[in-house]
Ligand binder design. Sequence first.
Ligand code: GLA
Length: 539
Amino acid sequence: MKRNGMCPICYLKRIFVKSRPSSVKPSYEDYQNGVAATPPMGWSSWNTFRNRINEDMIYEMALALKQQGLDEAGYRYINLDDNWQSSERDDEGNLIGDRETFPSGIPALTDKINALGLKLGAYTSNGTLTCEDLPASLGRERQDAYTLAQWGIEYFKYDFCHNLRISSYAPLIYSISISRGGKSTEYTVQNARLSGLARYMTDKKLPNGRYASGLDKRYGTLSYDNIEVEEDGEYVLTINIKKHGQYEKYLIANVNGKEYEIFFPPQKHHNVTGRFQTVVTLKAGKNSVELYNPITSGADSEMYQYRRMGMALKEGAERVAKERGESVKPILFSICEWGFGKPYNWGAKAGNQWRTTPDIRPWWWWIKMIYNHNVKLYKYSGVGHYNDPDMLEVGNGKLSYNQNVSHFSLWCMMNAPLILGNDLRTMSEQVKAIVTNKNLIAINQDPLCKQAKRVKKGGVDALARPLADGRVALALFNKTSRKRNAKFDLKRLVEDEYVGLKPQTEYTLVEQWSGERLASNGKIAVSLEKCQTKVYIIE
Ligand code: GLA
């Protein structure tokens, strides 16, 4: 780490600062946009079609979804993944659909999809470009979110390619000013309270001869408690800095508890000082402004960037509703950073769901690997906020019947978004029967929204989740490639607080794929084909 103007002793001391609050376990409220009370269900273009998409086939897929009765089973979203957009923005800098493959434009497609009673989803990346190197939204969050809202997009997947990490350095500040309508008040750092490793430093070339350093990486904070204004309203907050260092810097201005981001480019030194601004809301009377850089890791950077987009989507949807005098059409926010920054720690504060792993493929060993990671994260899933083990591969590749059944069963048990990735126009009856299985979908869509916990691990895993009506769903998953006889004692589910099966002397277990009924006094013995999963509701 660069010293970045820190006092030499502070620079040494920082090694011993262990108690900095971590922003990846933030105290923010959960992200609430009024959608996804149960996991979303739909279809996405990526798994089968990659970059071979166009407006006609997307519409055909929506028609097929309806014709196959998938909408009745609960599938509602038709999601454009990468490659829907032109490599060029329009003259106002707005995203536009690919001029060749989506010539009618995205709003026209939304209308057609909505006319079928379905919702359209779109995609970009939390980077300078998407994974297919097309325009993306980092730094243009508000503009793009507003465009998507104007188009009537109702699901937005935000990828992580071409991401640029937020700097963990803070600028060297000598004063701040609050201005409005030509009237400005300057507050030098001498008026502020310093905490942590923030220190006053001397520089005779500065107007007030002093600046504050040590605001990097949550090491220190500069606080003004007495910013007084006469009226409520929006004011310009200017951060006056001593130029230093050819690298980017970043600052949060926390104004009465609300965080505003301010970006500082690498600094050239033609002048000693520079000024950077944002607009903040102040209230009549005393206000508090705290300045710090909270970025201590890549995960922190991601959380701030994904939250920025999540907030922009909410604002965009609200703005469009207000302009049109309509009710708000919320946009489901799907975070896709492949599990890199442990998004289960912060995803619920930023969006509705977060990918937990790298991309799924229609390979059985890979699907098991994804399951094996995602299943451990059961505690983080809940109403409106889901672990996303990626879109379904049911019906793709060379997956066998049992593998397709297991894949679907596990995703249902794990409270996962059910986003199909196969060609709905040519789907076999067998695949259709799997993805429309009402019993399994009912488990996935259970309003309690508890992800199944793995209660037994082995050649056959046992997963259980409590349901809203007090019953329990139990899945037995044969991970091996040979037939297995599995024994399981329901007592485990009674003893497990998370599952909370009610103790009874007699249980009836109803298998949800076959309808087979099993009476038991607590112990069960089940035979499973290779790769097979049986899912029981315990009554
Ligand atoms: C990433 C995502 C995929 C898909 C592609 C599109 O790899 O994880 O799900 O969206 O980008 O380019």
